[in-house]
Design a protein around this ligand. Sequence first.
Ligand code: 9PG
Length: 776
Amino acid sequence: MPADTETLIIALDPNQRFLQVTSRRNPDYQFNLRPPVFHYHNHDVTLELAGKFDLTNMENDIQMPVFGDADVMQFSGPSSESILMSGRLAFSHTLPIVGIQLNIANHSGGVIRQERIEVAAIESFITNKNGTTGSDIGCYVNGWQSWSFAGTYSAGQKVIQSRLKRFQGPKLYDAASPQMDKSGVFASDQFGVLLDRSNQVGLLAGFLSQNSHFGHILMQPGKNPVIQINAAGDMADIPPGRSISTDWLVVQLLDLNDPDPFKIYLDMTAKENQVKVSDQIPAGWCSWYHYFTHISPKIIRNNLKILSEEKNELPLNLIQIDDGYQKTVGDWLETRPTFNGQMGLLATEIKENGFRPGLWMAPFIVHPSSTIYREHPDWLIRYKNGKPANAGWNWNRFCGGLDLTHPSVQEYIRKVIQTAVHEWGYSYLKLDFLYAGALDGIRFDPTLTRAQVLRRGMELIRETAGPQTYLLGCGAPLGPMLGLVDGMRIGTDVAPDWDPKYYGIELLFPNEPDIPSAKNAMQNVLTRSMMHNRWWQNDPDCLLIRESSHLTLTEIQSMASIIAMSGGLMLLSDDMAEVSRYRLRIAQMLLPVIGKRPLVLDWADELHPHLTRLDLENQTGVWHLLGYTNWENRPIKRSLHLSDFRLPSSGRWILRSFWKEKVLVSEGGSFEVNVPPHGTVLLAARKFTPDQPIYAGSNLHISQGLEVSRWEYQEGDLSFSINLPSRLSGYCELFLPFEPRLTKIQNEAVEIKRLSGNHYRLDLDLVGKTAIHIQA
Ligand code: 9PG
């Protein structure tokens, strides 16, 4: 094993109470793992390590599909008379990872109810010679579902929580996840990271899947940080003679100097769930954020007509009908009168115009006014007292959730998906409010956990929709969707307002998280950016460009920057008849969608990260898009350095600001930005090369370079092409190492404008692929 390969070394403490884990590369990094505890019927059993743990008895060099080369140890023991707990411990030969999986067998004569499984607890995390951690500790927490907050808190902070608990709680929080009301304790769903920022090292604990249980990472940073890792048993039965297994838990040391430290965990998770990420990314139009539920076939057709006529200017590939066509939420097979007989026709018309037809539905939630709610009381998840489980306040009522274990519900959902996809012809489904399938409560099948119920519900949908249908998860607990959806909303809704309003009312609590707003939505686009193209395609939600919203041009440019750099889906959601040419151009410049995953560099340091970097390359060379977002309500002036973006800073750099259309030249990597409130500065950074021409950027595409499809240079002779799907007029900027005497666009001589020194600007009217030739 190469000396610098970071892996973990394990030992049993002398009293055989816990496992001591040490970094091979830096022995100062250590932590202890406490053994598993199973809670049931007000009892608990601990899998004692003493006497059962023989580290010399490892099965060496086992090839595990997800861990790669690893040592695996089985351990077990009659933990109590009625329960047999056993487990597997895996140590990777190549990664700083330990994995744990448990099996619990019911040897009693009766049913045992799983309450909670403490899969492991981590104590005595040490990162320096003094036997302590550093003083600057943070916690990255990941919220339960699409709309739930994700981001990094500092140790002493209190989590931002919804104060609208009865209304919002069932949506945003896993029923089994403890809600932290004190400062200094943090609960994260599926995975979480304790961050020792002083020493730039982190400890990640995360489940590789959420197919058995919803997992919670409880972090108490403090002086002696503790992490407790639980799997929620949901009181699901283990019948006599049967056993259950937990999802694999991994604990990993993270190097926070690595700009992409989540890579190992996210790649393992993707492998465990057999994720296949599509290489085609939806770009389209969605009806929600202008019309909300007030849609009609006429509205859809009007927008379809405009988008079809504009297809050369604005090459989109998807038209998605959102909430408002159905009779009621729950009654998906009946439509509102205006949509009667229209669903199939609309899909056909959308297809005939060259778009993929997309349809919103919320198959697991039911509105109390729906027919299925009234006629099938046995289809609902219920509390012990018989009342329907609360799925939160939506569409002006408290809603319920369907019992996905009920055979008639399964049949109904199959019929709904079958109709939408195979009868009406929608090959893209936005599946919303999926959390409602995982509410706490009593179900037909008492042996399944909520995670298993949701997973199986989604498997049923995938099976019925077929592999070709694009499934977008929304309002969806993340883990159980892995490998079953193509795209995933990773934040709350955008809105025509920057700050949150609740159903149009300015909030009494301006800090209310997870409520629709451009700001809340964009926050999560940054803090969950690392999932894109690993777990699925991230959906950052729609870009609103119309003049009539309450968003300022600066705010729209900020959203455009963040959405484009996210690499995820790009959907517009305006009345297209209302969008001016000028505003349309913002959307045009985002096409084709970049599609690549960015790096967010200060995710571990800030509640609201500022710094985004996207590395790009083509024949013009390598360049970096750098984003700086100002979340404040006042302008910010900041001195930045390329090292803030973890780029080497020597030499001269050309930085072109996309929205300000200005070029900065930086010697040694320092530069200054002035960012308006809620604004994002977006720079293309390129290393200056005195003897080579430089494509400094353009106002043609937000990447400021991907529009170049060919770039050839021989002394005094530059020839290149610009190729964009949209027809655009604009310009590009060049630094030329020679005096241009003859410039031709498509073989016709044109003027090139000198801005200063060797810095030039070339005006362009693009018609498909445009060839440019500049000679000395
Ligand atoms: C349709 C909408 C759109 C949107 C979805 C989802 O917490 N809330 O009150 C809340 C309300 C609506 C909502 C999300 C959260 O929007 O994300 O894109 O499809 O449903 O009803």
